[in-house]
Design a protein around this ligand. Sequence first.
Ligand SMILES: Nc1ncnc2c1ncn2[C@@H]1O[C@H](COP(=O)(O)OP(=O)(O)O)[C@@H](O)[C@H]1O
Ligand SMILES: [Mg+2]
Length: 275
Amino acid sequence: MNFKGGSGKTTSAAHLAQRLALTGYRVLAIDLDPQASLTALHGVQPEFDLLDGGTLYDAIRYDDAVPITQVIRKTYIPNLDLIPGNLELMEFEHETPRALARGNAGLFFFRVKEALAQVDEQYDVVVIDCPPQLGFLTMSALSAATGVLVTIHPEMLDVMSMSQFLRMTADLMDVIADSGADMSHDWMRYLLTRYEPTDSPQNRIVAFLRTMYGDKVLNSPMLKSTAISDAGLTKQTLYEVERSAFTRTTYDRAIESLNAVNDEITQLIQKTWGR
Ligand SMILES: Nc1ncnc2c1ncn2[C@@H]1O[C@H](COP(=O)(O)OP(=O)(O)O)[C@@H](O)[C@H]1O
Ligand SMILES: [Mg+2]
C-alpha cells in the first residue's frame, strides 16, 4: 500500500503473487483497487467481464454478502487464484458511512478479515493490492493483513507524500485500535520501487531512508527496468514474457531484482511462520 499512484503497488503485488505461486505456495491475489490494474494483468477485463459483480465487494457488502468462494477465480498460473476488482469496489466506500449511520456496519474494518477467514485453510499467502487512498477498503485490508509492504519510489515528492500517508494511517489505526481491534502486524517493510542505481538524487534519498528506517527497508530494491514496463504494456509480468523478447542483460537484471525482492519477502513470511 501507499496512496501515491505509480509507486509500484500493482507491479510489486503481481510479481510477488506469481513468484510465490510459481515456487509452490497456494496464493490468493486480491485486487482492492477500483482501477483494477491487477485484474487486467491477469486477463480479466474489469469493465466487460464483471458485469454481474464478482469483486470482493460482493463478499464484504453489508446486505446480501455472498460467500467469498463465489468471487474467487482460477488464473492461468497454477496455485494462483484471483479475486478481481472494478469500480464496484467504490460502493464499499459509499456504503460504509451509511451503514455506520444506521448502526449496522458492525466492525467495518473486519469485513475483509472475516471474508478471508472462510478460505483460511485453502491458501498459504494472500496478497492484497490496495487502492491509492486511505479509505475504508484500505483500512479493512490493513486490519486483515499480517504483514504490510509500503512501496516507495525514492524521489523527494514521493517520500514527502509517503510520510503524510504514514501519519494519516497511524492516526486512523489509533482510532480503530481504540475500538478494541488488534491493529498490530507481524512485519512491516518499505519496498524501494523503480530504483535507478545510477541516479544520484535517488541514491541520496535511499541513503536517507535507510538511515531513518534501518532494517525496515528491504535490502533488495525493485530496479527500474524497461523489461518490466514493456511487459506491462501487453498486460504481462516479467514471469510471463519470453526472455528472448528482451536484450538478455536487461531481462536478467530485472528478473534478478524481482526474485531478490520476492524471496526476501518470502523469508519474512517463513520467519513469521517459524518454519
Ligand atoms: N520496476 C519498474 N520498472 C519499470 N517500470 C515500472 C516498474 N514498476 C512499475 N513500473 C511501471 O510504472 C507504472 C506504475 O506502476 P504500478 O505498479 O501500476 O503503480 P501503482 O499500482 O502504485 O499505481 C506502470 O506503468 C508500471 O509498468
Ligand atoms: Mg495499482
